[in-house]
Design a binder for this molecule. Structure first.
Ligand code: GDP
Length: 314
């Protein structure tokens, strides 16, 4: 398949076309999309996958623009996949124009891709997971997945990323930001944005408050203590520390085996999700009860698509 070859060569146009194919709901594209994913999988996996969330206006795109450019300066290739649940009405993406993340969009070591939301939240995560595979095959080693904080989407995104960054405003109440405790508990880092000018003191106070709150959270499975940082994308302050934090996290999680284990668990979720979507709930429950899915789980690996397993289930 030429598209796969071009993607693996790092051709960004081919990458864009590949993601469009994956997102297509036309039945004739489905088989092609699965084949493309299969061909890209052996070239994927080597990246840090970072979820970034927060309410509209918190400063996500400004942050990603500055952060992404810093990453490329450090020698990384950055792909940004934006999930936009608010675009439901238009069936297109409100982020479609390149005015957001304008610097990063013009950076030759970056790829910025807004994805319209045509599916369920679960669907978004599934398609995004597959888009990540393509981005990695194209040589992108840091993948940023942006979501608007609407509650449910974060938990889905959590199931496809290694590191979860929650952006927050100082001064706005947690409820106002749609931030439930559960979501805060998912975060590997809480970042207070716009920590500049007259906001700076408020940001420092908020950071202290969150640091205290985090102490009360249950200890995480991977041994990581969630971090609270302040930053200003506008003044380019604190962005470097966030980079260091993520690299530290990645090193620790590789060393203690959690990264691998987490990715395996995420693959299991992917398998379950696809079986449910393709065969329906009833068949899924039946396979689950007969321990058929469990047997296939053992054969999962990062370089294999869940589709080849799925084909054998049909
Ligand atoms: P998003 O909706 O979460 O993507 O937020 P945007 O990145 O579009 O930012 C929303 C508004 O906040 C814009 O007017 C930005 O200029 C402003 N903004 C973003 N980052 C900063 C920052 O670091 N400091 C200040 N003072 N304003 C910021």
């Amino acid at each position: 398949m030429n598209l796969a070859k071009d993607i693996i060569k790092g051709n960004r146009t081919a990458l864009g076309q590949g993601i469009t194919l994956i997102e297509s709901t036309l039945p004739k594209h489905k088989k092609q999309a699965q084949e493309l994913i299969n061909n890209c999988l052996t070239h994927s996996g080597e990246s840090i996958r970072i979820g970034i969330t927060g309410i509209p206006g918190v400063g996500k795109s400004t942050f990603i623009d500055v952060f992404g450019n810093l990453l490329t300066k450090k020698g990384h290739k950055v792909a940004v996949l934006a999930i936009d649940p608010t675009s439901k009405k238009t069936q297109g993406s409100i982020l479609g124009d390149k005015t957001r993340m304008s610097k990063l969009s013009n950076n030759e070591n970056a790829f910025v891709r807004p994805s319209p939301n045509k599916n369920t939240l679960g669907g978004i995560a599934a398609k995004t997971r597959e888009s990540i595979i393509l981005c990695e095959a194209a040589g992108f080693d840091i993948i940023l997945i942006e979501t608007v904080g609407v509650g449910q989407s974060e938990t889905k995104v959590e199931s496809i990323v290694d590191f979860f960054l929650l952006l927050m405003l100082a001064g706005a109440g947690d409820e106002l930001q749609g931030i439930k405790r559960g979501i805060m508990e998912l975060a590997d880092a809480l970042i207070i944005t716009k920590s500049d000018g007259k906001n700076l003191q408020d940001a420092k106070n908020a950071a202290l408050r969150y640091k205290n709150a985090i102490h009360l959270f249950p200890i995480t499975e991977n041994g990581w203590i969630p971090q609270v940082k302040i930053c200003s994308a506008l003044e380019n302050n604190g962005i470097d520390q966030i980079y260091n934090l993520i690299i530290d996290f990645d090193t620790q999680m590789k060393n203690n085996g959690w990264k691998k284990e987490n990715r395996y668990n995420q693959q299991k979720l992917w398998l379950h999700q696809i079986i449910k979507e393709e065969l329906g709930n009833q068949k899924y429950e039946k396979l689950l009860n007969e321990n058929v899915i469990e047997k296939f789980e053992i054969t999962l690996s990062e370089s294999k698509s869940v589709y080849h397993i799925f084909d054998r289930l049909k």
